[in-house]
Design a protein around this ligand. Structure first.
Ligand code: ATP
Ligand code: MG
Length: 409
């Protein structure tokens, strides 16, 4: 059973019990556009307590705000009671919700394209907000006065940019002006929520247009105050060169590719990314330029090749080079690097060390920093191909220790 079929099943059951029930939000928009919907949401006049009573398995996570998740056939269907929302004192969350009819529910939604209902049983569109006209015109427009709607929830500004980017729609001029005026208020939204929208904007193929909107609206400047405008602007060209689908970390690294590393990392900290995302992005930012160094030793090359995000670094550097003034010519060092990597064949990038710490102590090394340095230098010689057997490594280590002693005496 697909998500869509599960939603229809839920709708049928609500109807049988005498309630109104419709598909709502993003799935209707995507259906009208002929796009695959991520998830199918149901809107109904049944109250959460009715929904919980009617279905065997439910999750009551948002019941207070009118949202219940119905579990059916291994699918989750979000069932939301028609409601109005009021009192957004914090610029993000409604102070209270009141259950209502379908038309009021449509008008509390963010954009006209997201405010359309669909009746899958009668196969009819129910459109209280003129959403279909905007879908046809390919326009993102708030329902109601834009500055009022953004004032209720500033996150909607980033959502507008995200929908515009993902769908390739224009932002309607008054909506756009209101975003520009209200951009400084995006600072009131948490880094985590901002990051979720930025991911939607930057990870997809239309990311360069999305980044341009972030910059032109003033949102980028508020979110990343330390990032110089010119550097952000110049990064748009790099974002254009990245392949279609990339991880958020790679896209963000592209966005910060013209900035100094410490400013870029400080800017990413604002987004409260996960540990692994942070590691990913820091690796990319800190190693910019390294792949262009054609004097890189074999050991250095093997080490960086063994890094989990090596090919993302390669992709980032490729985009930086292509966006640079040398254009295609700028990519030449990377092509040579690729040939070098190919020539390595399937050589082990992280071979087991020929000798371990115990072996080195048996040869006379003293536990401590010296031992660490010896082990590291020996490993590099192994990666370089100078040392191939444990015997060779043993002789090499003895000589290293003799030299060290001679220096100390
Ligand atoms: P996507 O396909 O990216 O999930 P979506 O339109 O389904 O897009 P959701 O965030 O899943 O977006 O929200 C579902 C619906 O809830 C929206 O279509 C919109 O009608 C409404 N909505 C969501 N967030 C807001 C908001 N901040 N303000 C007003 N309405 C909102
Ligand atoms: Mg959705």
């Amino acid at each position: 059973m697909t998500n869509r079929q599960a939603a229809i099943k839920v709708i049928k059951q609500l109807r049988r019990s005498g309630f109104q029930a419709l598909m709502a939000g993003g799935c209707v928009r995507d259906m009208l556009l002929g796009r695959r919907a991520k998830d199918y949401d149901v809107a109904t006049d049944a109250q959460p307590k009715d929904v919980i009573r009617l279905f065997k398995r439910t999750l009551k996570v948002g019941a207070k705000f009118g949202v219940v998740i119905v579990l059916t056939d291994d699918r989750q269907v979000e069932v939301a009671t028609f409601r109005t929302e009021t009192g957004y004192a914090d610029g993000r969350h409604p102070g209270s919700v009141e259950f209502s009819g379908a038309a009021e529910d449509a008008s509390r939604r963010d954009f006209t394209i997201n405010g359309i209902f669909y009746d899958p049983l009668q196969k009819g569109v129910i459109d209280y907000v003129d959403g279909q006209a905007d879908i046809k015109a390919r326009v993102v427009r708030t329902i109601g006065r834009p500055s009022e709607r953004f004032g209720e929830d500033y996150l909607r500004m980033l959502r507008a940019v995200r929908f515009s980017t993902q769908l390739g729609f224009e932002i309607e001029p008054e909506t756009w002006q209101a975003i520009r005026r209200n951009a400084p208020n995006i600072a009131r939204i948490s880094g985590e929520r901002i990051a979720m929208e930025l991911e939607g904007i930057l990870a997809g193929p239309n990311r360069a247009a999305g980044a341009s909107m972030l910059i032109a609206s003033g949102l980028a400047e508020t979110i990343f105050p330390a990032l110089p405008h010119g550097q952000a602007q110049s990064a748009v060209g790099i974002l254009k060169q990245l392949r279609k689908k990339v991880d958020f970390a790679l896209a963000l690294a592209g966005f910060f590719a013209r900035a100094e590393t410490d400013i870029a990392i400080q800017s990413c900290d604002i987004l409260k990314l996960s540990r692994s995302q942070n590691k990913h992005i820091k690796f990319l930012l800190a190693n910019r330029g390294r792949l262009l160094d054609e004097r890189m030793s074999l050991a250095q090359l093997k080490k960086i090749l063994a890094e989990p995000y090596f090919w993302d670094l390669y992709e980032l550097q490729r985009a930086i080079q292509k966006a640079g003034s040398d254009g295609l010519k700028g990519v030449a060092p990377l092509m040579r690097l690729r040939r070098r990597i190919k020539a390595l064949g399937d050589v082990e990038l992280q071979p087991k060390s020929l000798l371990d710490g115990h072996d080195l102590i048996r040869l006379g090394a003293v536990p401590g920093p010296d031992l660490g340095q010896l082990a590291e230098e020996m490993y590099i010689a192994q990666l370089e191909g100078t040392l191939r057997t444990a015997d060779q490594a043993g002789q090499w280590a003895r000589r290293w220790l003799q030299k060290r002693r001679a220096v100390e005496e």
